[in-house]
Every structure is written in structure tokens, then in C-alpha cells.
Write a protein that binds this ligand. Structure first.
Ligand code: UDP
Length: 371
């Protein structure tokens, strides 16, 4: 018997397990994949940490979380500043004075503001009700058409008018020349990769990979007093109320015999025609250097293709529109009735969480359950 069975060795599970162990509790962590670290998993190829399940850039305004992650890794000074490629025209992201200058030739913040206001007025938007209206009211029609519409419709597989406004509010809009994609006080990538970072959290804790909780639930439930479940919430309940929608991502990863493919960690392809959403060049998360500071001769790139999740695929993004939110709320009622199970993480709570939010909620759950 264990005190806690933790289903999923991603960030939520690893943080909870670490806290439980610190409180003298016995834990078993299981994961159906052959490795730990969930979607933050990284793997070294030719000296490059490859983000196998998509790029993860740690950023937070939460000092408690920043101090916490610093116990398990040193974070480098990487600052995310993706470039948007619209049919070969390059724009700075997030939306800032470089973007506005390239789009309209405006030079001062006042001119940029006036241009956005003019376009917003022409679109007759007073209270934005969806992503399209929210985007136009934030940055105007030109930027919406060239840098948001195509990317968003590829990423989510739905028209912008049917997506929630909050998704676009993840991106800052600035009347300054600041290319930092995040409004975060703290930012960086764990030196040595995320897998080592998570392994450090799980140090001294029993972990079984290739182990599927849902395939043998009764036996696993008997093994612990309490279950921490970080898989999809609808799968936990056998999809009894219906299936929640997720977006999945497929990666085409290539090792190239050249030192520099695109000159940046992330280039977003914001037109509708290019089939991928973005290309990640992994070496730039660590400045193209190996652990000894030497330039790396090769590079690894990943093209990201977004698709609607179907059974058998990996779920990545919850689709938090009205329909799914209503269904999730029903699952949440069932989940709240499970006194021996705590649901956590992006999939367990069907939330578009960033890594720092996952860690903060895992620490909260640990405090509530462990004291
Ligand atoms: N987005 C966009 N153009 C871009 C980048 C992002 O329209 O070049 C929109 C898109 O709808 C996306 C959302 O902003 O889903 C949030 O972007 P973020 O970079 O936070 O997405 P993630 O990295 O989580 O996939």
C-alpha cells in the first residue's frame, strides 16, 4: 500500500510526488508513456535538447513558483521572441512597435495607437465576443488578417469567430520595442533539459513507466489511499457524458547538417496555406552551444502540424469554447464527488494552463492534502 498513487509523471504529478515525499508519504508514480516528464520531455540529439512534445519556455510572475523550480535546475536566460512569417514577410512578435512599423510604416507609439484605433472603429467592435473581435480590437484588421487569422484557424481548426477571446489575450500588445513574448518577471529554460529537471523532482520516488492506469484501474486503486490523476478527465469517467474536444499536434523532426536553419528558436507561419503552424529550431533555446560553450555544428528542427484529437492521439490543448466548457463543468461535478481522487494538470482539469500554473496548482493541492 502507498499513501499516494500518482497517475502521470508530468509536471503536476512530479511536483505533487515531491511534496508528498517531503511530508514523509509513500508514493508510486505511474505513466503510460515509456518515459517521465509528460509533454515537457526533452531528449538530447547531437548535443541539442529536443523538445519532443513541443516547445516549452518556462515563464512566470509567481516568485514562489520561480524559487521552487530553481531547486531542481538552473534556468538559462532564454527570452522567447518568435518571428512571424507571412508569405515570406517577416514580423516581430508579440505585437509591438517593430510589428507596427513593418506593417504600417508608423514610427511613434502615438501613430501606432491611432492606426489601431482607426481599424477598430471601422470594424464597429464595441464589446469583443470572440477571438476575431478581440484580436481586431487589440491590434486592428491588418495584423489580424496577416498574423492571427491563418495561424489561429490552423492551430484550432475552427473559425476565429467561434473561438474564445481569452486565447488571444495570452499575447501581449505593446507600444514599445520589446520583443519579449511574455509579460513575465522570470523566464528561462532548464539547463540540461526538462527531463533532468523532472527527474530531479522525482529523485527517490518509485516510478513505473509503460504503465496504464485506466487499463487496470481496480488493481491500481487498491494500491493507495488516494489517487492523483493527471490524465484526461473525460477518459477517467469512460467518456460517460460525452467526449471533450482537444487539439493534437504532430511533429516532423529533422536533424540537419547545417549550423543555422532559421536563426531563431520559433518561426510562426501565419498564412493559411503553409500546412504547419510553426518551426522550432531547438538549439536556440540554449544559444546554439553545447554544455562546454562550443558552437554546435548541426541543428534539429521540428515542424508542427495541428489536428483535431481523436482516440489514440495525444491530447495537447483543451478547446475551451462554450460547448466544451459546459461539458467539462458536468465532468467537474463528477470529479468533485470522487473523494479519493484529486484531478490536476492541463488534462485533468481541462484548462489551457502554462507550466507555472500547473506547478502552482500542484503546490496548492499538496498544501491542502498534506498540510
Ligand atoms: N497566435 C496567433 N499568431 C501567432 C501566434 C499566436 O494568432 O503568430 C494566437 C493563436 O490563436 C494561438 C494563441 O495566439 O493559439 C496563443 O498563442 P501561444 O503562443 O500562447 O500558443 P502556444 O504556444 O500555447 O501554442
Amino acid at each position: 500500500m502507498y499513501d499516494y498513487l500518482i497517475v502521470g509523471a508530468g509536471l503536476y504529478g512530479a511536483v505533487f510526488a515531491h511534496e508528498a515525499k517531503e511530508h514523509g508519504k509513500s508514493c508510486l508514480v505511474i505513466d503510460k508513456r515509456p518515459q517521465i516528464a509528460g509533454n515537457v520531455y526533452t531528449e538530447e540529439v547531437e548535443g541539442i535538447q529536443v523538445h519532443k512534445y513541443g516547445a516549452h519556455i518556462f515563464h512566470t510572475n509567481n516568485k514562489k513558483v520561480w524559487d521552487y523550480v530553481g531547486r531542481f535546475a538552473t534556468f538559462n536566460r532564454f527570452t522567447n521572441s518568435p518571428v512571424a512569417n507571412y508569405h515570406g514577410e517577416l514580423y516581430s512578435l508579440p505585437f509591438n512597435m517593430y510589428t507596427f512599423n513593418k506593417m504600417w510604416g508608423v514610427v511613434t507609439p502615438e501613430e501606432a495607437k491611432a492606426k489601431i484605433e482607426e481599424q477598430k472603429k471601422q470594424a464597429h467592435i464595441t464589446e469583443p465576443k470572440n477571438l476575431e473581435e478581440q484580436a481586431i480590437s487589440l491590434v486592428g484588421t491588418d495584423i489580424y488578417e496577416k498574423l492571427i487569422k491563418g495561424y489561429t484557424e490552423k492551430q484550432w481548426g475552427r473559425p476565429c469567430s467561434e473561438l474564445p477571446a481569452f486565447i488571444i489575450k495570452r499575447l501581449p500588445v505593446r507600444l514599445t520595442f520589446d520583443n519579449n513574448y511574455f509579460n513575465a518577471l522570470y523566464q528561462g529554460i532548464p539547463v540540461g533539459g526538462y527531463t533532468r529537471f523532472v527527474a530531479n523532482m522525482l529523485d527517490g520516488i518509485e516510478v513505473r513507466v509503460n504503465t496504464d492506469y485506466l487499463a487496470d484501474r481496480e488493481a491500481f486503486d487498491k494500491m493507495a489511499e488516494h489517487v492523483i490523476y493527471t490524465g484526461p478527465v473525460d477518459a477517467f469517467f469512460n467518456y460517460s457524458l460525452g467526449t471533450l474536444e482537444y487539439r493534437s499536434v504532430r511533429f516532423e523532426t529533422e536533424l540537419l547538417d547545417m549550423p543555422n536553419f532559421q536563426g531563431n528558436a520559433a518561426v510562426n507561419y501565419t498564412d493559411r496555406e503553409t500546412p504547419w503552424t510553426r518551426i522550432i529550431e531547438h538549439k536556440w533555446f540554449e544559444f546554439g552551444k553545447d554544455a562546454n560553450g562550443n558552437d554546435l555544428p548541426k541543428t534539429v528542427i521540428s515542424r508542427e502540424f495541428s489536428s483535431e484529437w481523436k482516440p489514440g492521439d495525444e491530447p495537447y490543448y483543451p478547446v475551451n469554447n462554450e460547448k466544451n466548457t459546459a461539458l467539462y463543468n458536468k465532468y467537474k461535478e463528477l470529479a468533485d464527488g470522487e473523494t479519493k481522487v484529486t484531478f490536476g494538470g492541463r488534462l485533468g482539469t481541462y484548462k489551457y494552463y502554462d507550466m507555472d500554473q500547473v506547478i502552482a496548482t500542484a503546490l496548492d493541492a499538496a498544501e491542502a492534502l498534506l498540510g
